[in-house]
Design a protein around this ligand. Structure first.
Ligand code: ADP
Ligand code: GLC
Length: 500
């Protein structure tokens, strides 16, 4: 089975969040199952620089306003599978992140940048760009690749499409007057297609035109269909009810493994947890926190956005410090939240530390050195940091939403006897509820027996990609059986002409 993953990010080269972690690990797990999984990515500078043994596969010519578009193929370190990059310097060769300028403003030509990504995916699927390989399944991730599903539908492609929603809050919205740039017929631009409240939505393109929609946890699959979590697209999701499923994300257990993690002060595993105390001391020293082994050290490692609910943590902070706790935060995003955490660190030296910014290596030292990790999200399609916490014996304290609810169960004393429950869970979007959960967590953590039992329960759970990769394989299999193909096609790119 041949599967083409289409995405905007891949760990470790281009990453703004968990999407990159997924795209860097799921295809590899699929390859281990014998699936011929490959990647198509926009040629961002970091990827261009990292592509090993690149060769030009096709000269696409001008497309989407770019004078020169070429398709490259090569390999990326850590990913033992072929990768295609779209080389379109005018569209992709710039700083900032894949979606924004460094000042936070969205790239004004994102429609063209991600329109091209979806269009090239479709052309690869048709066999028009690489005569050696065409996918049976195009697996598009988030709005960035959603338009691929519309192009595949428009061209009655043989390949089946799977669209994975990683976060319904980011929808890829563009002015309706730019519709012509996409080269799709007007029926795709109506409310039965991409039109969404007078704009165009690439997220909606994926939701409307994919053969199947998945999201990253079973609970979020249900939540997406409700007004509370649907970000206005819940009706569209409900209309596809029979074609939506939730497959829980895994984590890359080679990147996140406390027994072999080269970034830690000391390695440890579920059978010998002593090294974790050394990691804590090293972290307290690095963060300028008092060297107290008996103070529960709480971590928040996150984008600082409304989604993540870290304003609740700020409000619960006085209570947490009164319980004798310490806090270390690493994150970036909302300027007011960044400043609030800086201020908290200044107001409570030795008890609170704030690393404002993004640091992948320190993230490992934080997860290993902390005792508890807070994920108080307002919504959370899956969430990966609670899984990293579980794997590192760092007890998660989470809100009962989305993938957090699917992966963390309250560890009441009774459940612990049955070795059930792996963390602490609260329901309400409320700092008091968070503080109560933190209090339960701190009391459990202070009891040495409960602490180590809980740590071991979490560390021994299997959150690898093995099971999700099998679930995707069976989904692809059922799609390929159910829907016979219609034939291949060739098409000229919008905003250019086929070279020749
Ligand atoms: P989301 O994708 O919504 O941001 P996830 O929990 O799925 O949330 O994934 C977040 C990923 O980004 C994790 O790999 C986490 O470790 C990482 N991360 C978030 N903020 C930072 C940061 N400031 N420094 C390093 N890694 C971070
Ligand atoms: C999104 C979600 C997050 C999920 C990640 C990877 O960024 O916000 O919950 O874990 O994608 O699927």
């Amino acid at each position: 089975m041949r599967v083409l993953h289409v995405a905007a990010e891949v760990y470790p080269h281009v990453k703004t969040g968990g999407l990159a972690d997924v795209v860097g690990a799921l295809p590899v797990a699929q390859a281990h199952l014998g699936i011929d999984a490959r990647l198509l990515l926009p040629g961002m500078p970091a990827l261009r620089a990292a592509l090993e043994a690149p060769r030009i596969v096709a000269d696409v010519g001008p497309a989407f306003g770019a004078a020169r578009v070429r398709l490259l193929q090569g390999r990326l370190a850590r990913l033992d599978l072929p990768v295609w990059l779209i080389d379109a310097p005018l569209l992709y060769d710039r700083g900032g992140n894949p979606y924004h300028h460094a000042d936070g403003s969205e790239w004004p030509d994102n429609l063209q940048r991600y329109g091209l990504l979806g269009w090239v995916a479709t052309q690869l699927a048709s066999g028009a760009l690489d005569p050696d390989w065409a996918p049976d399944v195009v697996h598009a991730h988030d709005w960035h690749a959603g338009i691929a599903c519309a192009y595949l539908s428009a061209h009655a492609a043989t390949a089946r499409s799977v669209f994975t929603v990683h976060n319904l809050a980011y929808q890829g919205l563009f002015p309706h007057q730019d519709a012509a740039l996409l080269g799709l017929s007007s029926r795709f631009m109506s409310s039965a297609g991409l039109e969404f409240h007078g704009q165009l939505s690439f997220m909606k393109a994926g939701l409307k035109f994919a053969d199947h929609i998945t999201t990253v946890s079973p609970r979020y699959a249900k939540e997406m269909a409700t007004p509370e979590f649907g970000h206005g697209l819940d009706g569209v999701v409900r209309a596809r009810a029979g074609a939506v499923s939730g497959i829980l994300n895994g984590i890359d257990t080679t990147v996140w493994n406390p027994a072999a993690d080269p970034l830690l002060a000391c390695r440890y595993d579920a059978d010998s947890l002593e090294g974790k105390a050394q990691c804590k001391s090293a972290l307290q020293a690095e963060a300028g926190l008092e060297p107290l082994q008996d103070a529960p050290l709480l971590l928040a490692l996150s984008r600082l956005t409304h989604q993540k609910g870290l304003d609740l943590l700020l409000q619960a902070l006085p209570g947490w410090l009164a319980l004798g706790g310490q806090l270390v935060v690493q994150g970036s995003g909302d300027a007011a939240l960044e400043q609030a955490f800086r201020d908290a660190a200044q107001a409570h030296p030795g008890q609170v530390a704030a690393f404002i910014g993004y640091d992948e290596q320190r993230a490992h030292r934080l997860v290993a050195g902390a005792d508890l990790i807070a994920v108080p999200s307002r919504f959370e399609p899956c969430g990966l940091t609670q899984l990293y916490g579980l794997r590192y014996g760092t007890l998660p304290v989470v809100r009962h939403v989305g993938g957090l609810a699917d992966t963390v169960q309250e560890a009441s004393v009774e459940r612990l006897d049955a070795l059930e429950g792996n963390g602490f869970v609260f329901d309400q979007d409320d700092p008091g509820a968070l503080l109560q959960a933190l209090d339960r967590a701190a009391r459990a953590w202070r009891n040495q027996d409960r602490r180590s039992t809980l740590q071991r329960v979490g560390m021994r759970q299997d959150h690898s990609w093995a099971a999700p990769a099998r679930a995707f394989a069976s989904l692809y299999g059922s799609l390929l059986q159910a829907l016979p193909g219609i034939g291949s096609f060739r098409a000229a790119p919008p905003g250019g002409y086929r070279g020749g």
